[in-house]
Design a protein around this ligand. Structure first.
Ligand code: NAD
Length: 416
């Protein structure tokens, strides 16, 4: 069997490696460096900056190069052919790259997403996240448009570097899709660290370092040396030739079924291009599901249980349902603070909190929301509990090592 994968981000390259390990021949088409947005201008360079006290472009480039080497190594397999260039679908089972046509039994589109912007005057004076990662100086005043994941990660990074940071968020809460309690606690914690956050703020223009916005019909402005536009990302649909093939899509992404097959049998789409949860690990999991379908195999991947982490200071992480999503259900809510945790206090990381939601009738753990040091690691225990349908009793029966931050999760389990 042979498949063509378009795009070598975490969706495409992980699926290529997995396919080759199953004895499938892979043509992997990549326009740009291996690793896609995640490795080159997303997850990894931001985490590199998170670990620095001042922007160090040399160190950032070394980290990316080292990990690109790792991806190249993963793909070093006689069954995988990497074709550099931009792919265009030429038929239901064929793809053209620079005039050369490749045929296969199935095609997987994994071309990711690009930064979105606002249709406001002066939008061209703002930086997107990719440009922001290449800044070699620390702006005195940074204004971030959008209090979502990207906006808040950069706000935290540049606050640590010494910038005066203002975040302008359109919705009533930052991280609008997250648990509201979690979002409010994060806002308070970021404010304590000196980040100014305005919610329900509609940005109207950027004018040579002045960002204008309105709130409750009043006009405001803030001065900035640098303005980051972080209002979401949109699927990278350009030049794929979807219309000629009759592949159904909207501006929000390519339509797929539960096996990530598009409206044209044999053509699959995974990751940001489908417009769902734009997360590297979701793209990888979707690739695995698509590959299983191509191979005629089933799997038990539960796409309703997706751990997500935001690398602010402090970190936040979440899995399962938010309290708002549990509206109308009879639930018990348990909470615990980092300041009551020995390891957190001893290590000077006492700013944090954890909330566990469980069904009152059956005790099943439905959702876990954490703000605090190492939230992005602790969340995986919660993911296991939610994925396996564990009850609060099951969770309380698990001995937790002392003294660890994981005890915060244990302490937050409600008594039902
Ligand atoms: P996002 O959707 O998380 O946040 C965009 C924010 O901009 C939202 O809060 C939205 O309400 C706000 N916004 C929209 N229009 C606005 C306006 N006119 N004025 C002010 N605010 C406005 O998108 P993002 O932060 O750009 O990230 C893009 C994608 O990348 C997301 O899907 C995100 O999950 C993903 N991502 C994930 C991680 C991570 O998991 N750690 C890191 C970076 C990006």
């Amino acid at each position: 069997m042979r498949i063509i994968i378009i795009g070598a981000g975490p969706g495409g390259y992980e699926t290529a490696a997995e396919a080759a390990s199953r004895g499938i021949e892979v043509v992997l088409v990549q326009d740009g460096p291996l690793g896609g947005t995640c490795l080159n201008e997303g997850c990894i360079p931001t985490k590199a900056l998170c670990a620095m006290d001042a922007p160090d472009q040399t160190r950032k480039a070394e980290i990316i190069a080292q990990l690109q080497g790792g991806v190249a190594q993963l793909l070093r397999n006689k069954l995988i052919t990497i074709v550099p260039g931009r792919a265009r679908l030429a038929g239901p089972r064929s793809v053209e790259v620079d005039g050369q046509v490749y045929e296969a039994d199935a095609v997987i589109i994994a071309t990711g997403s690009v930064s979105a912007s606002l249709p406001i005057p002066g939008a061209d004076q703002t930086l997107d996240s990719a440009a922001m990662l290449n800044l070699d100086h620390v702006p005195g005043k940074l204004c971030v448009i959008g209090g979502g994941v990207i906006g808040l990660e950069f706000a935290s990074i540049y606050r640590k570097f010494g910038s005066e940071v203002t975040v302008l968020e359109f919705c009533p809460n930052i991280l609008p899709k997250f648990d509201v309690d979690l979002s409010k606690r994060l806002k308070a914690s970021l404010a304590k660290r000196g980040i100014t956050i305005e919610t329900s703020a509609r940005v109207t223009a950027v004018d040579n370092g002045t960002v204008r916005w309105t709130k409750a019909e009043k006009d405001f402005s803030v001065q900035a040396d640098c303005v980051l536009m972080a209002v979401g990302r949109r699927p990278n649909l350009a030049s794929l030739n979807l219309d000629d093939l009759g592949i159904r899509y909207t501006p929000r992404g390519i339509e797929v079924d539960s096996d990530f097959q598009t409206s044209v049998p044999g053509i699959y789409a995974i990751g940001d291009i489908t417009g769902g949860m734009m997360l590297a690990h979701v793209a990888t999991a979707q690739g695995r599901r698509a590959l299983n379908h191509i191979c005629g195999q089933g799997d038990g991947i539960d796409f309703s249980v997706v751990p997500a982490a935001v690398f602010t200071v402090p970190e936040v992480a979440t899995v399962g349902k938010t309290e708002e999503e549990c509206a109308g259900m009879d639930i018990a809510v348990g909470k615990a603070n980092y300041r009551a945790n020995g390891k957190a206090v001893a290590s000077g990381q006492a700013d944090g909190w954890c909330k566990v939601l469980a069904g009152k009738a059956d005790g099943r753990i439905l959702g876990v929301h954490i703000m605090g040091a190492h939230a992005s690691d602790i969340i995986h225990e919660a993911a296991v509990l939610v994925a396996f349908g564990a009850t609060t009793k099951n969770a309380r029966d698990i001995i937790h090592a002392h003294p660890t931050l994981s005890e915060v999760l244990y302490a937050a389990i409600p008594n039902v």
